[in-house]
Design a protein. Structure first.
Length: 693
């Protein structure tokens, strides 16, 4: 795979490439190999959730090539990804799909690449992906996501003979300007005497080190930023820096796939007291171990956390993006609940360990989580010995070797505690601690919103579920299945409802409806409508709706209700229907060939919309052949943006015809699964299927 990846990068003219493989046990893409780019630069994207809003995930979800030709396109199509990747480049993301779906190949070009792909380039990229897929197909069972991504070097021409190398060294030493060579990680691999003199450091202090670490006056995020941009864009970068007290130096960076050549020369146009030139490039994202990296790491993670809704969402973002970016292997998030530590999420721990930690009192001495949560002060332990000195019992709980305990505090409120843990001892520098504390603040804000959302969501839907029937009555000669799906977003609830009322051994009433609005009032009114229908069930369908309408008039509500009431006469094989503005039901008949048609029910006004107590609801009758299937539903099942609802109902009828004679429970799941993926539904869905046996 490494050889195929390196060959693809060279053949396509890309700056860098990477292979992401699907994890076996979770919906995550993990970086398996990277070529032409330092690992530190791509560390924040080592793990990407398949559900994430970005080009990499879209390529594997949609199973097609995704092209991003400009930074403007990235910002427009994938704003979350663009927030953490603010530089100019072009990129292609190609699914690797052979005998099974393996993952995605990513290729990156400099900003000089045209904003669109030519048909020849597109074919070249796809053929390269096919070659890489063929490599994976030869032994598909052996391709598992590695613990650590591999760095694949680009093969270069053979090194010149020793004599030529010595001549090159002599040439560089004779230059009147400083010359340095940096690898892609930023370490100095060579420098001439002029560079050492200009930087004011002995060569042995510079070789093998990062310039901004070896030279104090270069330890500025702005200077480091120029290097990061040069690595990613592979475009020359120039900037000016002040060597104290009053000497200005020009730096010119010339990058390629093997490293960066740096020329340093005195600047004679600037004078003591001049301000440094403003930065001329955008900031790249990098590892959190450096100054600029911390800034962009937090921007990237803040953008990801801003899109979380539930506590599970927050845990997944922290586990999928934050753990690999900080080199951690374990995660536990706890919250205070009635004086105890309640674990709300975890990753990388044995469930038995979690069971032991869950529910501990806040003053426990088994873990520092309680004290950290109580006092809001973070705690860092670089190895088990350091942990044992403060908490002797803590190091025996798990086999972890280092820990960062981050308090999750919002406006002096203790939301919880986030624990990042490491499989090996891990020293925490001052910079590491600062960025982790900042990260804790971001997680706290997201967790606070998520806890509030989950609490309201659970309360609201618990109320709604309590108002819906827990079980449907058994009616001889009738098979029944019902499904209810709450809307995908928002903390409110709807008034969708359904019911089946047994009238006798040969008769039943089926009802479905939708109360206007998504709030507690809608749910409460839904319960009152169900009660009113139950009280009058057995009367004619039109009379049931008319009486229910009068109940709503007495309640003086400003909400409207659509409703469909069906009297099912099993002995006479007839349906008698009345509608208060509700979508029409579907009837699938078995003979002479299975066919589903829309039952045209003459509608009456919505319940609660007409103050006239004499509102009339016409009744429609229809035969009910043995083996027929009746489908009642609310509009959430068929409403899609930019699609006529009549067309959606017709499409649902065709699907029912083609679904065949499945068990009715499986058919209900089939119908819901057919409808839901077609759009991001924002309304509740209720479905009631009835089959005449």
């Amino acid at each position: 795979m490494d050889e195929a990846l390196g060959a693809t990068v060279r053949r396509t003219g890309a700056l860098a490439g990477g292979v992401y493989l699907l994890a076996a046990q979770e919906p995550v893409l993990g970086l398996a190999a990277v070529c032409g780019m330092p690992m530190t630069t791509v560390a924040p994207w080592r793990r990407v959730a398949v559900s994430a809003a970005g080009p990499l995930s879209e390529a594997v979800r949609q199973d097609h090539l995704v092209w991003v030709g400009r930074q403007e396109d990235m910002a427009r199509l994938y704003p979350n990804a663009a927030a953490g990747m603010p530089y100019q480049f072009a990129a292609a993301f190609v699914p690797l799909h052979g005998v099974r779906r393996y993952g995605v190949m990513a290729l990156v070009w400099s900003k000089s690449h045209p904003p669109s792909l030519t048909p020849r380039e597109r074919g070249h990229i796809q053929s390269s992906a096919r070659r890489l897929t063929q490599v994976l197909d030869r032994a598909p069972a052996s391709w598992a996501l590695p613990d650590q991504p591999r760095t694949v070097p680009l093969r270069r021409p053979d090194i010149a003979p020793a004599q030529a190398q010595l001549a090159a060294v002599d040439l560089v030493q004779r230059l009147p300007v400083g010359a340095l060579s940096l690898d892609l990680e930023g370490r100095v691999t060579y420098l001439n005497d002029a560079a050492a003199q200009l930087l004011g450091r002995r060569p042995d202090r510079l070789l093998g080190n990062l310039p901004w670490q070896a030279v104090p006056w270069l330890d500025d995020p702005v200077h480091e930023e120029h290097y990061r941009a040069a690595v990613f864009s592979r475009e020359p970068v120039a900037f000016t820096a002040l060597r104290p007290p009053d000497r200005w130096l020009d730096f010119r960076l010339y990058p390629d796939e093997s490293g960066i050549s740096v020329l340093v020369s005195p600047n004679h146009d600037r004078h003591p007291g001049d301000a440094p030139a403003p930065p001329r490039i955008s900031s790249p994202l990098t590892t959190p171990k450096s100054g600029t990296g911390r800034i962009h790491q937090l921007i990237h993670l803040s953008a990801a956390l801003s899109q979380t809704v539930t506590v599970t969402d927050v845990i997944n973002v922290v586990a999928d993006q934050i753990l690999p970016a900080f080199g951690a292997q374990g995660l536990v998030v706890s919250a205070a609940d009635a004086g105890r530590l309640k674990i709300t999420g975890h990753r990388g721990y044995d469930p038995r360990t979690i069971a032991r930690l869950d529910g501990l009192p806040l003053d426990t001495d088994i873990t520092p989580a309680g004290p950290v949560l109580r006092n809001g002060v973070p705690a860092f332990f670089a190895d088990p010995e350091e942990m044992a000195r403060a908490y002797p019992r803590a190091s025996t709980v798990s086999d972890k070797q280092a820990w960062a305990f981050l308090p999750l505090v919002v406006s002096d409120r203790r939301v919880g505690c986030c624990i990042l843990s490491y499989d090996q001892p891990h020293p925490f520098s001052a910079g590491d601690r600062a960025v982790l504390v900042s990260l804790g603040g971001l997680i706290a804000q997201a967790m606070d919103r998520a806890l509030l959302y989950d609490a309201k969501h659970d309360l609201a839907h618990g109320l709604q579920q309590a108002l819906l029937p827990t079980t449907l009555p058994r009616v001889p000669g009738l098979a029944v299945a019902a499904r209810y799906l709450p809307s995908a977003h928002g903390m409110d609830i709807g008034g969708d409802f359904y019911d089946l009322i047994r009238l006798s051994d040969t008769a039943a009433a089926a009802v479905i409806g939708d109360v206007q609005g998504h709030n507690i009032n809608a749910a409460a009114l839904m319960g009152q409508v169900r009660t009113a229908v139950h009280a009058t069930a057995g009367a004619g369908p039109g009379e049931v709706l008319a009486r229910t309408d009068r109940v709503l008039a007495d309640l003086e509500t400003d909400l409207f209700v659509s409703c469909l009431y069906v009297h099912i006469d099993l002995a006479g094989r007839r349906l008698h229907l009345a509608s208060a503005g509700h979508p029409p039901p579907l009837l699938r008949v078995p003979a002479p060939a299975p066919q589903t048609h829309v039952l045209e029910v003459e509608p009456g006004p919505l319940l609660g919309i007409d103050a006239n107590p004499g509102t009339h609801y016409p009744v429609t009758s229809s035969p009910l052949p043995a083996g027929s299937l009746l489908a009642l539903y609310t509009d959430g099942l068929v409403e899609t943006p930019d699609t006529d609802i009549t067309d959606s109902i017709t499409a649902l009828a065709r699907h029912l015809t083609s679904a065949g004679d499945q068990p009715i429970s499986e058919l209900a799941d089939n119908v819901v699964h057919y409808a839901v993926p077609r759009h991001t539904y924002t309304d509740d869905i209720a479905l009631l299927l009835l089959r005449s046996l």
